[in-house]
Design a protein. Sequence first.
Length: 442
Amino acid sequence: METAIAGAGPTGLFTAIALARRGHRVTVVDRDGGPAADGSWPRRGVMQFHHPHGVRQQVVDALEAEMPDVRDALAAAGAETSIVPAANGRPAMAIGLRCRRSLLERVLREAALAQDGVTLVRGHVDDVLRSRGRAAGLRVDGRELRAGLVVNASGRAGHLADDLRAPGESADCGLAYVSRHYALRPGAEPGPVNNPIGLMSRFPGYLAAVFLQDDRTVSVLIARLSSDRELAGLRAPAAFEAAVRLVPGLDAWTAPARSEPISPVLPGGHLHNSYRGQRDERGRVGLPGLVHLGDTVCTTNPTGGRGIATSLLQTRRFVRALGTDAEAATLELDAWCAERIRPWFDDHRAWDRDQVRQLAGEDVDLDRPLTSGHIVAAAERDPSLMRVVGPYLSMTALPATLAEVEPAARAMYASGWRPPVPDGPSRDDLAALVRRTVAVTV
């Protein structure tokens, strides 16, 4: 089948390779032309491309099932397996890869370029072609690209075929962040960690994190309330570097003797959780032969590291269901996403609301069920809860499973226990630092 894919991010590239290996002839269209001759790749229009990423085991499983050669190429390029050590009778467990998104996309792109049956085209997708009530391809820069199957993998900012779906749901995460990549110097030992991903600390009024990435690189991040205009000044290099010198943990990783910056200071955009199915307002597939995948269906707060995982879970489901009836496969995908993907949107929406309240200084509300963030924090105090919390964190169990241990976590909070707050500068301390180092004009 001739297939046209709008978008050459992880979802579009993975889908192209998987379909080509099933006999499809696939054309992938993207405005970005790929890495420059000198190896640089700005990837304009994809805000999250250079920010920290966690590549979960669901992504690894998808690669190993559909294209193990790509998994091997990632390892050869420096991606490392992230391992949870053995504990309490449980064996050590792989939970994903330490890998920058830029590396993942480079390797996927190289595989797509080398794949028989896949063609990458640079251009702007204007619209979906329609003929006799079915998708008939894409209009690219005013020209027609004919295809019997069209995949919309245009990403979270895409609006392709908006008129063919019922309106989605969206919720402001309430958070914004700024990050920078660093590389460890030759012979330098890694800095402190407190989880398999790296380091995550909640200070009064902000979050600080270090994500372990590939080839001895790390991404350092500070997240704030999106309404906090003063801390928006951390996007200025002088302010960011001054801040990471003050925050415990970040100071160790970014010490000049240990590492050096290898990227600019990168401000993140306004973050939203969103979910949108395949059907139109009549409950039907809006245009048979057109399927929406990846961030066009679901986006979640990137601090959870679930975006690429939920995207490739969708893609695997669709390509396995796809036979001669694309509409039937799309309906099956839609029902499956409502059961298996939407719960992560609902979970983030509730968790983010609570996280915003916490960062604003509010206490946990015991008059309503605890959200997952509070339950996860309680498991640090009572490791027996990890029997249920662990599968949730690894995305092998849905958020609803946390209900089993919610009463135990609630009792902990009702007793007066609260997660310990690490020593370090407060939000006001960072705001004062920003005022000293840069004029905030946001």
